[in-house]
Design a protein around this ligand. Structure first.
Ligand SMILES: *[C@@H]1O[C@H](CO)[C@@H](O)[C@H](O)[C@H]1NC(C)=O
Ligand SMILES: *[C@@H]1O[C@H](CO)[C@@H](O)[C@H](O)[C@H]1NC(C)=O
Ligand SMILES: *[C@@H]1O[C@H](CO)[C@@H](O)[C@H](O)[C@H]1NC(C)=O
Ligand SMILES: *[C@@H]1O[C@H](CO)[C@@H](O)[C@H](O)[C@H]1NC(C)=O
Length: 607
């Protein structure tokens, strides 16, 4: 039964009545359309355009047996809400391994946040404002994606092969995006994924116009990032250099470095001898408050969490996100019912099966990626686990485009809305942005800065943007972001040398006049287009008329919420530094005879 993915039923129901489609057929775009989500109160005049569902992503699926359940990666696509200077598409990946990219959608850069009443509220600052965003749950087993446990992947190359197969089909379903500038974005362990994915896309015959890759607080380079734990703790007053704790941590760091120096084979992604550094370095900050043991939140050193979680219960939205995504009506609306277990932020099993020792770290690929496309490394300065000092020392020791480190370029101050938000520096296709007052999840803390950052990185022509948050003023160094002004101001006179201000103004007046005439025509065309499109779509999809209304009327809190959280909490008996959470209900449907016990004490970092 599981070899019949959800979309097949859609095709059978709506498109090919009575005909059995082979499971490898390409589903229609319409079968992924999400008219609305339960408890999401949208502006009916500006509805979001959402698509979601599973894509068969195992390149070897065709050779499988009838009862095999192959990788089905899950995605949510939210189309750009506003006209920008050009169309852009970004694939977003959270880390782990095994953590769902719906973290990005629900808590960081998506169009909504949980509203505290069981539903969702639309928020500003989402990256879908100008960019079509595709959040991908991978490797299979993560989030709403699924596969049988005997098909879990073990290497970064396999993860890449699956993502490439996903993209191949994605672009067959949505061929119009083959002409749209594409970007990869992600965070944390995606610092491993993204260079692999970028390299594979650039080498493939897919013809995806990949224009850049952005990695936030990435885990990329053990040789520079492990030693940075102690360095960060000292610089930020977390550890006192005269303490015993410092001496112990120093020795542990030196041991770790010595072990890493002795490695001659595959460049490691983690090293056992170094894993204890996180807890060693933070140990002196642990304390007991009112009988509760507290520790530093490894994702935001300004915060504390209960032991042994130390950040795993953060951010606070996570609880409500988890209970929202557990709602049956939500799972149906996202076309995710083929996933048998409830959504959990991080799947320990997926992380455990990804065997670090079989893949070379992405630091071995990153320089060659930067030689082909622009790369942005951004880092929230309050994160400990993938802190900026590690990223900075990695950049210093990395050689790309014929030179080591950033070279002579100047690091500039960067401000948004007249508030300093960080520093900005670019050299030979690598941009490094350090973001002030931001955690491991940068956009969660500073959405305006994060959005300004990604739009700058993607080379948005701000002068062409009439509306929306791209008009929030910002500066890098002395250079102010150009803004589309429709007063008599001369926003870019400095950019048009050889013209007098009067000439420039005349030119702009002409532009605006032509612009407004064009706008009226465009609006008329859009209205006619929308009318035709709506009618066509209604006929094509045949949604039962009651569906949407019924979903909107669902009570805001689901009865099973409490039960689910309790059982989930109970299963989170982990060792603190792992971000992983096990399945909501212990018995996996796909177990194929392997030992599926929880990774008790398994000392692997996941975030
Ligand atoms: C989560 O939801 C509950 C009610 O269901 C609400 O009281 C609480 O404030 C919400 N928490 C957050 C962080 O939104
Ligand atoms: C990872 O692979 C190595 C080499 O094949 C093997 O020795 C080790 O047991 C594997 N680890 C896990 C957790 O599967
Ligand atoms: C930078 O990236 C572009 C593609 O955007 C590429 O053509 C170029 O060769 C890269 N290298 C340098 C040194 O800028
Ligand atoms: C940016 O947009 C403005 C206004 O549409 C246009 O005049 C200008 O040529 C654009 N610049 C670039 C580099 O495309």
């Amino acid at each position: 039964m599981w070899s019949w993915p959800a979309w097949t039923y859609f095709s059978v129901l709506f498109l090919l009545p009575g005909v059995h489609a082979a499971p490898t057929d390409i589903p229609s775009a319409a079968s992924f359309y999400v008219p609305n989500l339960p408890g999401l109160h949208q502006d009916p005049t500006h509805p979001l355009h959402i698509y979601a569902g599973h894509i068969l992503s195992d390149p070897h699926a065709a050779s499988g047996g009838e009862n095999d359940v192959f990788a089905h990666l899950f995605f949510v696509m939210v189309k750009a809400r506003r006209i920008a200077d050009k169309e852009r598409l970004m694939f977003w990946f959270n880390g782990g391994p095994g953590c769902s990219s719906l973290d990005g959608l629900m808590m960081e850069i998506g169009p909504w946040k949980v509203d505290g009443e069981g539903g969702l509220k639309i928020v500003e600052g989402g990256w879908e404002e100008y960019t079509t965003m595709v959040y991908v749950d991978q490797p299979a087993g993560t989030g709403f994606s699924y596969t049988s446990t005997n098909h879990y992947i073990h290497t970064l190359q396999e993860a890449t092969d699956h993502v490439m197969q996903f993209l191949r089909t994605f672009y067959q379903i949505f061929p119009e995006y083959l002409s749209v500038d594409a970007y990869l974005g992600g965070e944390s362990f995606a610092g491993q994924y993204i260079p692999y994915f970028a390299d594979a896309i650039l080498k493939s015959s897919l013809n995806v116009p990949l224009r850049g890759a952005a990695i936030g607080n990435g885990w990329i380079d053990v040789r520079n990032q492990y030693p940075a734990y102690l360095e960060y703790a000292v610089t930020h007053g977390i550890i006192d250099v005269s303490s015993q704790s410092y001496k112990d941590s120093k020795k542990a760091t030196d041991d770790c470095v010595a072990k890493l120096n002795g490695i001659t084979g595959l460049e490691p992604i983690h090293h056992e001898a170094c894993e204890r550094l996180v807890s060693d370095v933070l140990k002196s900050k642990s304390r007991t408050v009112d009988g509760v043991k507290k520790c530093v939140n490894i994702y935001d050193v300004r915060l504390e969490d209960d032991q042994p979680y130390c950040g795993m219960q953060w951010p606070p939205d996570l609880k409500n996100v988890t209970s929202y995504l557990a709602r049956k009506d939500v799972v149906s609306a996202f076309h995710a019912t083929s996933k048998p277990e409830s959504w959990v932020e991080c799947q320990g099993r997926v992380g455990m099966e990804m065997n670090d020792t079989l893949s070379a770290s992405s630091i071995t690929l990153l320089p060659s990626v930067i030689e082909r496309i622009p790369v942005l490394l951004f880092v929230g300065d309050q994160d400990f686990i993938c802190n900026y000092m590690g990223i900075e020392s990695m950049i210093k020791s990395m050689t790309w485009n014929g030179e080591k480190g950033l070279g002579k370029v100047q690091t500039k101050s960067w401000s948004v809305n007249e508030t300093p938000v960080g520093t900005w520096v670019s050299s030979r296709n690598l941009t490094y942005a350090k973001i002030f007052d931001a955690s491991h999840m940068v956009p969660y803390d500073v959405p305006d800065a994060a959005h300004d950052m990604i739009l700058r990185f993607m080379g948005m022509n701000f002068s062409a943007i009439v509306d929306g948050s791209a008009r929030i003023p910002s500066n890098v160094g002395d250079e102010a972001k150009p803004v589309f002004l429709d007063s008599g101001d001369l926003p870019f006179s400095s950019k048009l040398p050889g013209k007098t201000p009067e000439q420039t103004k005349a030119q702009w007046d002409a532009y605006y006049n032509a612009g407004s005439a064009a706008l009226v025509l465009l609006l008329v065309a859009v209205m006619i287009g929308l009318y035709i499109w709506c009618r066509l779509r209604r006929r094509r999809v045949h949604l039962p008329r009651g569906t949407v209304i019924a979903e909107e009327n669902i009570p805001l809190t689901s009865a099973s919420e409490g039960d689910l959280l309790d059982s989930e909490q109970a299963r989170r008996k982990r060792k603190g530094k792992e971000r992983a959470i096990e399945d909501g209900d212990g018995s996996p449907i796909f177990d194929v005879g392997e030992d599926d016990e929880e990774a008790e004490g398994h000392d692997e970092r996941r975030w």
